[in-house]
Design a binder for this molecule. Structure first.
Ligand code: ZN
Length: 328
């Protein structure tokens, strides 16, 4: 399957409009099961809400640089269930998270030991829908050790697991992640294997796991390739996410891909499964997701406060017309 050829070239001769037209997906609802909102702006939240994203999951991950002590993990996990959830609610988006020790920082064993000790204080909190994102980065012995310990924790807690598969040596890393999950006694239906591509998807589905795909510009999966994956494998146990973070990424990856799927003739039922329903089915096994909550969070008031702090700075008024060129 080719990845460089683009939609316009393939349809040479015809005039193809590749601009996202929100009216095309209006009325559709989306769930982004992997997006790092802590790294994103309020404009992103607004654009996501406008494009139909009603709920999301923010997995715990690394900050782009190593943390130097366990307290920064404590504060980060606290923000995922606290301030960031509140910030999301101010844009009418229901915020969930997964909590875990990321694979990179599992290599700092002294710190990893301390993080393992605090995890149980967070994974049972309201709105925590899984242990994640965990798994392999460099596929080291330390990564395996803390991956296994966290699988055990998820199993005991009855929580789904969100697996980050490595960018390097992906196929082997994905197989190994699944082998270990089975060895640790996890039910594949409780495990969401993330960052799949054309090389890994078949085995992940054949073995009964959920297959998540990250639509991330230039690296993981472009959305034209994703359309082909759904054409080939259907929609069962497949979900897409943006994994938008502090890198060059796109928090509108899901609505854009839904629009592309629609133009490519994929059925609305299949689009709904891969952009909304499957993620809910998988993560609702935590007992923490209720679709009624998506509706409730819609009724927002941006002057609300969290621990006496609101998203409005210095006496700002809630923003009404964001398309006006006047910023008053
Ligand atoms: Zn991530």
């Amino acid at each position: 399957m080719c990845c460089n050829e683009n939609f316009e070239e393939r349809n040479k001769g015809e005039k193809i409009n590749t601009v996202l037209d929100l009216s095309e997906i209006s009325g559709m609802k989306f769930f982004d099961p992997h997006v790092h909102m802590t790294s994103r702006t309020t404009d992103d939240y607004q654009a996501m809400a406008d494009a139909g994203i009603v709920a999301l999951i923010e997995p715990a991950f690394w900050l782009g640089q190593p943390r130097t002590g366990v307290d920064s993990f404590t504060d980060y996990y606290s923000s995922l269930i606290g301030w960031e959830r509140f910030r999301s609610s101010q844009f009418g988006i229901k915020h969930y998270c997964t909590i875990g020790l990321n694979s990179r920082e599992a290599n700092n064993e002294r710190l990893a030991e301390q993080v393992m000790e605090i995890l149980p204080q967070f994974i049972f909190k309201e709105g925590v829908v899984g242990v994640g994102e965990i798994g392999f980065d460099d596929q080291t012995a330390a990564e395996e050790k803390y991956y296994r310990l966290q699988l055990e924790l998820a199993k005991e807690a009855g929580l789904p697991v969100q697996i980050h598969t490595p960018h390097r040596d992906k196929k082997k890393g994905t197989q190994r992640s699944m082998d270990i999950a089975i060895e640790q006694g996890l039910d594949p239906y409780m495990v969401i294997v993330d960052h799949n591509n054309e090389e890994t998807v078949k085995e992940v589905l054949d073995r009964g796991f959920w297959a998540a795909f990250t639509i991330y510009p230039f690296t993981k999966m472009g959305n034209e390739r994703m359309v082909e994956v759904v054409k080939q494998y259907g929609s069962e146990r497949i979900m897409i996410n943006s994994a938008a973070d502090w890198g060059i990424s796109d928090p509108l990856a899901i609505p854009k891909t839904a629009a592309l799927m629609k133009r490519s003739g994929i059925s609305m039922a299949d689009i709904e499964l891969v952009t909304y329903r499957n993620a809910i089915t998988a993560f609702a096994q935590s007992g923490q997701i209720n679709e009624q909550d998506f509706v409730a969070v819609k009724n927002i008031d941006q002057s609300q406060k969290f621990a006496s702090n609101s998203i409005l700075r210095g006496g700002q008024q809630p923003r009404i017309d964001k398309n006006s060129i006047i910023i008053s």
